[in-house]
Design a protein around this ligand. Structure first.
Ligand SMILES: NC(=O)c1ccc[n+]([C@@H]2O[C@H](COP(=O)([O-])OP(=O)(O)OC[C@H]3O[C@@H](n4cnc5c(N)ncnc54)[C@H](O)[C@@H]3O)[C@@H](O)[C@H]2O)c1
Length: 340
């Protein structure tokens, strides 16, 4: 049995990694989280996973180093996913993004110093190079060796990327000096079931259900390559089990589509018969994003399998079903303000 710790494992990606490992078997799993994203408590999907697979939960705010004393000291694998994520949080509380994400990174690194863990995967983001692509017209699809750029250090939106750059450097340098292994994954627009209602796809589902018409398409010509959660999980687990020490991998897909295509197909799935109109997107949002995933394919055997249309269809179905079944639940699940 491999001993696995998922820091931030109650979140969107962490939950799906835990589920994947639990269903495969051969892992003894611990999830450490403060349930910030789920309104401070364990949601019923996580609770049933925990009950079914005997997963240990360590509940606490890991910006406080004392909670690390409740962890074991000899995990084979540590997935470091804990972070405050999301455009709204970045704009509303950039100082808290700096404090929380930096403290989570620093405390984890110092805990690793006094532990005997085997390997860590630190989860980073395409946001670290968004500035490079915009300011220097850098190549798209974009590979791992791209220089990282903060276009405007005074702007709140870059606080998240600043903390992820610190994390990439911090984990690589601590691993080199302290004798554990570390691999970095940079995610690119991961989507799927149970991701929270603030993300673009569930938010679209809600807007269609609310009857918006004409339906506004913000940033119609912008492109993204949406990475289904099942593929992102596979990529992350492969990075843990096969990724080189100190290596960085772009985890995503190269199926680049426009926001207009995404929205119009979502509308089709939801039976929308109204009008669409173009609208401006939020400032600082990059015009194009698409990772070069050749390195992950070559080194890890990573191969995304879910096409954007299939993934979108199953995700939209999941949200419509979820919203329908949970109309009367006294459950605040992932920022769904409609819940009582
Ligand atoms: N979802 C994406 O498309 C995407 C893209 C790029 C990078 N990432 C990175 O991947 C990781 C996982 O992303 P996600 O989408 O699952 O995000 P998420 O917000 O769903 O998960 C993060 C988890 O960290 C926990 N957390 C926050 N503050 C904490 C604290 N003080 N103590 C303990 N736990 C705390 C949250 O409660 C949450 O469960 C994050 O580090 C994120 O930055 C995600």
């Amino acid at each position: 049995m491999k001993k696995v710790l998922l820091l931030g494992g109650a979140g969107f990606i962490g939950f799906s990694i835990a589920k994947n490992l639990a269903e495969k078997g051969g892992y003894k799993i611990t999830i450490a989280d403060n349930f910030f994203r789920a309104g401070g408590k364990i949601d019923f999907l996580l609770q049933s996973l925990v009950d079914e697979h005997d997963i240990r939960i360590v509940s606490g705010d890991f910006t406080k180093s004392n909670y690390f004393l409740e962890l074991e000291k000899d995990y084979d694998y540590v997935y470091m996913l804990a972070s405050v994520v999301g455009v709204d949080y970045v704009n509303e509380m950039p100082h808290e993004i700096i404090r929380i994400n930096t403290a989570l990174i620093y405390n984890t690194l110092e805990w690793l110093r006094s532990s005997k863990c085997g390997k860590v995967v630190f989860t980073s983001t395409s946001e670290c190079y968004a500035g490079t692509v915009e300011a220097f017209d850098y190549q798209i699809p974009t590979a791992e060796e791209v220089p990282l750029t903060i276009q405007d250090i005074t702007h709140p939106r870059f606080t998240y990327a600043v903390t992820k750059m610190l994390g990439e450097s911090g984990f690589i340098q601590y691993a080199n000096k302290l004798g554990f292994e570390c691999t970095i994954v940079r995610y690119h627009n991961v989507y799927g079931q149970r991701m929270g209602f603030k993300h673009v796809i569930p938010h679209l589902a809600q807007r269609f259900l609310n009857g918006e018409n004409p339906f506004k398409i913000y940033g119609a010509d912008q492109t993204r390559a949406f990475n289904h959660i099942d593929d992102a999980v596979n990529g992350t687990v492969l990075a843990m089990e096969k990724g080189g020490n100190g290596e960085i991998y772009h985890i995503g897909t190269q199926e680049e589509i426009t926001i207009k295509e995404l929205i119009q197909y979502t509308g089709e799935l939801m039976g929308f018969k109204g009008e669409y109109i173009d609208a401006p997107t939020y400032p600082g949002s990059v015009a194009r994003r698409c990772p070069d995933i050749s390195k992950a394919k070559k080194d890890l055997g990573y191969q995304p399998k879910v096409s954007w249309k299939d993934g979108l269809k199953s995700t939209i179905n999941w949200y419509v079903d979820y919203l329908d079944k949970n109309k009367d639940l006294h459950e605040s699940f992932y920022d769904n303000k409609k819940s009582k």
